[in-house]
Design a protein. Structure first.
Lengths: 277, 310, 381
C-alpha cells in the first residue's frame, strides 16, 4: 500500500481534519442560528449603548465590524486553541499523536474548517448589522482591507496554534483559560472602540499585550480603510500590515517549535491521555 | 459471600418510600458540593479567584472605556446606571442562564455521567438546582467584587446610607427565583438538542443584554423592541436593583433631572414587586412542569446518554 | 511411585511433589526453553530495561512522612525487558495497574520512558517517533471515540488520511474491513447512531485500514459480544497468517483469548515481567508431567496396585466412587505415552473406563502461581 509522506501527508492531514468542520457543519445547521444570533445580539447591545450615549454614527460601524471580527477570535480560542483539550477528552488526541501526520496539519485543518464557519458567521453579522443599523462603509480600498484581513487571519490562527500547544499540557485549566481570555481580548483588541482611545485609557504594559493580539492592529487598519477620516489609527495601515505579517511569521514559527516542545513534555508527564482532571 | 444490604427507607411491605424533603435537600447539598468541585477544584483558590474575575472585569472595562470614549466621564448618572446593572447581569444572569444548560451538556457529553444521575433515585430538579447554587455563589461573588471595584477604582458613586436594603433583599431573591426558573427551562431544552445546545443559554443571555436595559435605558430601543423589553421580567428586576442601590429612581444629573428610563419610572416599588412576584411564581411552577416534560421527551428520543460532538 | 487413595492432587499441589518434579518459580524474562519458531526472525519490538515513573497528583496527603514520599511517585514499569519477533502474536497479560497500557503507550510513542530504551521495527520510539508512527497502529478496547456528526466511512477515511493512505486504497480497505466486522450496512450511518459495540468494531477497523507492520491491540474484545469478539480474534489471527511480516502485541484480561491466540505471552505485574514464554511452556512450568484423570469401574485393590506400578506412572491418587469397584483416579505420568500402558493394565484387570481426560494447568493457574492471586481477584483489589 502506498502511503504519502512529507508535504503530501501534511496536506492529506489538513484536508481530513478540516472535513468534519466543513461537512459536519452542513449536517447540523443549528450552529448557524446560534453562532450568528449570539454575536449579533451582543453587537446590537453595544450599538444601542452608543446610541444612548449619542456617539457619532461611525462608532456604530466600528462595533459592527468588531462584532464580525469577534467570531474569529472565538473560533481561534474555542475551536482551535482548546480543541486539543476536547480531543484529549474524547480520546482523539492519542490517535492524532500516534499517527505520522504532524500536529500542525491537524491544527491547520481545524483552522481552515473553523475559518470557513467563522466567515459565514462574520459575513452574516456584517451584512445584517450593516442593513439593520444603516452602517456606511467606504469600499474604495476594499482590496487593501481584504489583504489586511487575510494577513490578520494568518497571524491570528498562528497564535491559535501556539496557544493550542500550551493547552496540550493542561486539563480543565485549558477550558478555564479560554473562558478567561475571551472578554479580556475583546477589551484589549478594541472590538467596540478605536484602539487609539483604548491606548489613552490603559497603562503602557497593557498596550503591549494589546499590540500582540493580531485582531488589534487588524481591526485598526480595517477601520481606517473602511471608515477613512472618521477614526484616528495607531499607525498607518501599511505599517500595521507589516506588523501583522511579522506576527504571522513569529506565531507560526512559535507554534511549530512549541508544539514539538509541548508534545514532548506532555509525553514525559503523561498528559496526552489525562482526561477530565 | 454475604454482602451487607444498604439500609433503605422501606415500608413494611418492603417498597421504597417516596423521596422526602430531606432527601431533596440532600441531593441539593451534594449537587452543590459537586458543582463547586467542578467549578473550582482545578486550581488553587487564588488562581481560581483571578480566573473567575477576569471575564466580568474585562466586560466591565469594555463598558467603562465605551463610556469614557463618548461621554468623557461627564455622565456619572448614566455610568452608575450602566455599571450597576452590568454587575448583576454579568455575575448572575450569565452564570445561571448559561451555566444550567451547560451543566446538562457537560454531564452528558463530557463527563458522561448524566445517565447515571438520571437513573439514580436523586431528584433531578434538586440536582440541577444544587448545581445552579454553586454557579449562583460564584456569580454573587463576582457581582459584589465588581461593585466594590467600581466604587473603589472606577468612579462609581454609591452612598451606603441611601441603599434600601429591604427592597434590595426582596428584589434579589425574586430575581434569583426567576433566573433559576429560566435556567431550568433552558436546561430542559438542552436535554433534547445537540451539543450546540450550550449556545442556547448564550443566545438568551445575549438577548437579555439587549432587551433588559442592562447596558442602556430601554427607552433607547425602537418602540417595537421596547415592547419586547417591557415584557421581560429581568428588565424590572434590574430596575429594582438599581433603585434599591441608588436609593430611588435613577435620574439624569444636572439642573432639571429626568428619569433615565421614563418607561420604567412609571412603576413604583410595589408595582415592581407585584410584577416580579408573579413572574417568580410563574417561573418556578412553569420551569418545574416544563423540565419534567422535556425530560420525558429526552427519554423518548434516547437523548439522556447521546453523544453529539464533532 | 506411590498409591495415595486419599489425596486429591491439584495443579497447585504438584509443587509439593518429590524432588523429581521441578519446583515452579519466578523466572527471568527469557526462559531457557524458548521454542518459539520466530527467534530467527528480526525483532519487531524490543524493550530494554524500560522504566516509567509517574508523579502522583491530587492524593490526600498521608500523615507519615515516609508514606508521603512514596505517594509522590508511582513506578508503573520497573526495568522491563521484552523481545517480540516479526510475525508473532505476542500477548501481555496482567491485572489492572500492572503496567500493560503504560508499556503500550511507550511503544506507540504516546509516553516517554523514564529510563531504558524501546525499539519498534528497529527504530527508537523516542528519537525516531515519526518514523515509528508510520509503521504502527493501535486499537484500544472499549474505545468508542468518533465524530458523531460523521458517518462510519467518513471517520475511517479521515484517520486513514493521517497515515497518508491514498483515497482509492482507503476506500477499498474500508469496504473490506467493514465487511469483515459485519458493519458494511452501517458504512453511511452517522457515528452518533451506532451502538457501543458497533463503535468499537468501527475503531477496530480503524487500526487495520492503514496496514501497519506492528499492531498494538489493547484489550480489543473488551465489551464486545461473543460473535463480535470471535470475529476480532479470527481476523487478527488470519491477518498474521496472511502477512507473516506483520506483528501484533495484544493485551488482554481473557486467559482463554491469550491461550488461543498468542504465540508467546509475558505476564506482568506491578511493572515487572514475571514470565515470558509460549502458553504451553508457561503451563509446563507448573506441571512438567502430564496428568490424566480416569474414572473407571470394576477395579479391585490389586488392580489399583498394578496401575500404580504401571510403566511410566509417577504417581496415582484414587478416590472411591459411588459404586463398588468404581474409582476416580488421577495419574501423573513421566511421559504422555505412558497412558497406553495404563489403559492396557486397566483392561488386563477387567476395569471399564467411564471417562478419560487429560488435565493441563490453565494460564489462570500459571497467573496465580506467579502473581499470587487470580486475575479477577486482582481486578477487584
Amino acid at each position: 500500500m502506498r502511503k504519502s509522506t512529507g508535504l503530501e501527508l501534511f496536506l492529506r492531514g489538513t484536508v481530513a481534519r478540516g472535513y468534519p468542520r466543513i461537512w459536519g457543519a452542513h449536517r447540523d445547521l443549528s450552529w448557524l442560528l446560534f453562532d450568528v444570533l449570539i454575536p449579533l445580539v451582543n453587537t446590537s447591545a453595544f450599538v444601542f449603548l452608543y446610541r444612548a450615549l449619542h456617539a457619532p454614527e461611525a462608532y456604530i460601524g466600528f462595533v459592527v465590524l468588531g462584532g464580525a471580527m469577534s467570531t474569529y477570535w472565538l473560533n481561534v480560542l474555542w475551536m482551535m486553541a482548546s480543541q486539543l483539550y476536547w480531543d484529549k477528552q474524547e480520546g482523539f488526541l492519542e490517535l492524532y499523536t500516534m499517527s505520522p501526520v504532524s500536529t500542525m496539519a491537524i491544527l491547520l485543518g481545524m483552522g481552515v474548517g473553523g475559518l470557513y464557519m467563522s466567515t459565514v458567521r462574520a459575513g452574516a453579522i456584517a451584512v445584517i448589522g450593516t442593513i439593520l443599523y444603516g452602517v456606511k462603509f467606504d469600499a474604495s480600498q476594499w482590496g487593501f482591507a481584504l489583504l489586511v484581513f487575510l494577513v490578520t487571519m494568518v497571524a491570528l490562527y498562528g497564535l491559535g496554534m501556539t496557544l493550542s500547544s500550551v493547552f496540550l499540557m493542561w486539563g480543565r485549566e485549558a477550558w478555564q483559560v479560554s473562558e478567561a481570555l475571551t472578554e479580556p481580548v475583546f477589551f484589549l483588541s478594541g472590538m467596540n472602540f478605536p484602539l487609539s482611545k483604548l491606548f489613552l485609557t490603559i497603562p503602557g504594559v497593557l498596550t503591549i499585550f494589546s499590540a500582540i493580539i493580531p485582531v488589534s492592529f487588524g481591526l485598526d487598519a480595517m477601520r481606517q480603510l473602511l471608515f477613512p477620516g472618521q477614526i484616528q489609527g495607531i499607525f498607518d495601515p501599511w505599517i500595521e500590515l507589516g506588523f501583522l505579517a511579522a506576527m504571522g511569521v513569529v506565531f507560526v514559527t512559535a507554534a511549530y517549535l512549541m508544539l514539538r516542545r509541548m508534545e514532548w513534555l506532555a509525553k514525559v508527564e503523561a498528559r496526552l491521555s489525562l482526561r477530565w482532571q | 459471600m454475604d454482602y451487607a444490604r444498604p439500609h433503605l427507607n422501606t415500608s413494611d411491605k418492603g417498597e421504597p418510600l417516596k423521596m422526602t424533603l430531606r432527601e431533596n435537600l440532600r441531593t441539593l447539598r451534594i449537587a452543590a458540593w459537586l458543582g463547586w468541585q467542578v467549578e473550582g477544584n482545578w486550581a488553587d483558590p487564588l488562581v481560581f479567584f483571578i480566573f473567575t474575575l477576569l471575564k466580568p472585569m474585562a466586560s466591565a472595562l469594555i463598558l467603562l472605556v465605551m463610556y469614557q470614549v463618548i461621554a468623557g466621564g461627564q455622565r456619572a448618572d448614566f455610568f452608575g446606571y450602566l455599571f450597576i446593572s452590568n454587575a448583576f447581569f454579568t455575575g448572575l444572569v450569565i452564570q445561571l442562564l448559561v451555566g444550567l444548560s451547560w451543566t446538562i451538556i457537560d454531564d452528558r457529553e463530557n463527563y458522561k455521567m448524566l445517565k447515571y444521575i438520571f437513573t439514580s433515585p436523586a431528584r433531578h430538579l434538586s440536582y440541577l438546582v444544587g448545581r445552579a447554587a454553586a454557579k449562583g455563589a460564584i456569580g454573587m461573588m463576582t457581582t459584589l467584587i465588581l461593585l466594590g471595584t467600581g466604587v473603589a477604582f472606577l468612579g462609581l458613586h454609591l452612598d451606603v446610607a441611601r441603599v434600601q436594603w429591604g427592597w434590595l433583599g426582596v428584589y434579589f431573591v425574586l430575581g434569583i427565583i426567576i433566573l433559576a426558573g429560566m435556567g431550568l427551562i433552558l436546561a430542559g431544552i438542552s436535554l433534547v438538542i445537540a451539543r450546540n445546545a450550550f449556545a442556547i443559554g448564550q443566545v438568551v443571555a445575549g438577548s437579555l443584554l439587549l432587551f433588559s436595559g442592562a447596558l442602556f435605558p430601554v427607552d433607547t430601543l425602537p418602540s417595537m423592541l421596547r415592547s419586547a423589553s417591557l415584557a421581560m421580567p429581568i428588565t424590572y428586576w434590574l430596575e429594582g436593583l438599581r433603585r434599591a442601590l441608588i436609593g430611588g429612581i435613577p435620574m439624569t444629573s444636572g439642573t432639571n433631572p429626568q428619569p433615565l428610563s421614563p418607561a420604567l419610572a412609571v412603576y413604583d416599588n410595589w408595582q415592581l414587586l407585584l410584577i416580579l412576584g408573579v413572574c417568580a411564581v410563574v417561573s418556578a411552577v412553569g420551569s418545574y412542569l416544563f423540565f419534567n416534560f422535556m425530560e420525558h421527551q429526552a427519554k423518548e428520543r434516547g437523548m439522556i446518554d447521546r453523544l453529539t460532538g464533532y | 511411585m506411590s498409591l495415595d487413595l486419599e489425596d486429591n492432587v491439584t495443579a497447585q499441589e504438584i509443587n509439593s511433589l518429590p524432588a523429581s518434579t521441578e519446583q515452579a518459580a519466578s523466572v527471568d524474562a527469557h526462559t531457557e526453553e524458548q521454542t518459539s519458531p520466530s527467534t530467527d526472525r528480526p525483532l519487531a519490538i524490543e524493550a530494554i530495561n524500560v522504566r516509567r515513573v509517574y508523579k502522583v497528583r491530587g492524593e490526600k496527603k498521608a500523615k507519615d512522612k515516609q508514606q508521603r514520599e512514596s505517594q509522590k511517585t508511582l513506578v508503573a514499569l520497573d526495568d522491563v525487558s521484552l523481545e517480540v519477533y516479526q510475525g508473532e502474536l505476542f500477548g501481555l497479560l496482567g491485572p489492572n495497574g500492572a503496567g500493560k497500557t503504560t508499556l503500550i503507550k511507550i511503544l506507540t510513542t504516546l509516553l516517554a520512558p523514564t529510563g531504558g530504551v524501546c525499539y519498534v521495527d528497529g527504530m527508537d520510539v523516542v528519537k525516531q517517533a515519526n518514523q515509528v508512527r508510520s509503521n504502527i497502529n493501535m486499537v484500544s478496547g472499549g474505545e468508542t471515540s468518533g465524530y458523531g456528526i460523521l458517518t462510519v466511512r467518513e471517520n475511517l477515511w479521515m484517520f486513514s488520511q493521517f497515515y497518508g493512505v491514498t483515497w482509492k486504497d482507503a476506500h477499498a480497505r474500508i469496504d473490506e474491513m467493514l465487511k469483515i466486522v459485519e458493519l458494511d450496512d452501517k458504512a453511511n450511518t452517522r457515528i452518533s447512531s451506532l451502538s457501543t459495540g458497533q463503535r468499537q468494531r468501527m475503531n477496530f477497523c480503524r487500526g487495520f485500514i492503514t496496514d501497519p507492520t506492528v499492531m498494538f491491540l489493547d484489550e480489543p474484545t473488551l465489551g464486545l459480544d461473543v460473535n463480535a469478539a470471535r470475529i476480532v480474534r479470527n481476523f487478527t489471527r488470519d491477518w498474521l497468517k496472511q502477512n507473516p511480516d506483520r506483528t501484533v502485541l495484544l493485551t488482554t484480561h481473557y486467559m482463554a483469548e491469550a491461550d488461543e491466540l498468542c504465540d508467546r505471552i509475558a505476564i506482568i505485574d506491578h511493572g515487572k515481567v514475571l514470565a515470558c514464554d509460549t502458553p504451553a511452556n508457561l503451563k509446563r512450568m507448573l506441571q512438567k508431567q502430564p496428568v490424566f484423570e480416569i474414572t473407571a469401574s470394576g477395579l479391585t485393590p490389586r488392580a489399583l496396585e498394578a496401575l500404580a506400578h504401571s510403566p511410566g506412572v509417577a504417581h496415582l491418587s484414587a478416590d472411591p466412587g459411588d459404586a463398588e469397584g468404581a474409582y476416580r483416579m488421577k495419574f501423573i505420568l513421566e511421559q504422555e505415552s505412558a497412558i497406553g500402558s495404563v489403559v492396557s493394565t486397566l483392561a488386563a484387570h477387567n476395569g471399564s473406563i467411564v471417562s478419560l481426560q487429560k488435565n493441563e494447568p490453565t494460564l489462570e493457574d500459571v497467573f496465580i502461581k506467579l502473581v499470587g492471586r487470580s486475575l479477577s481477584a486482582s481486578s477487584e483489589s
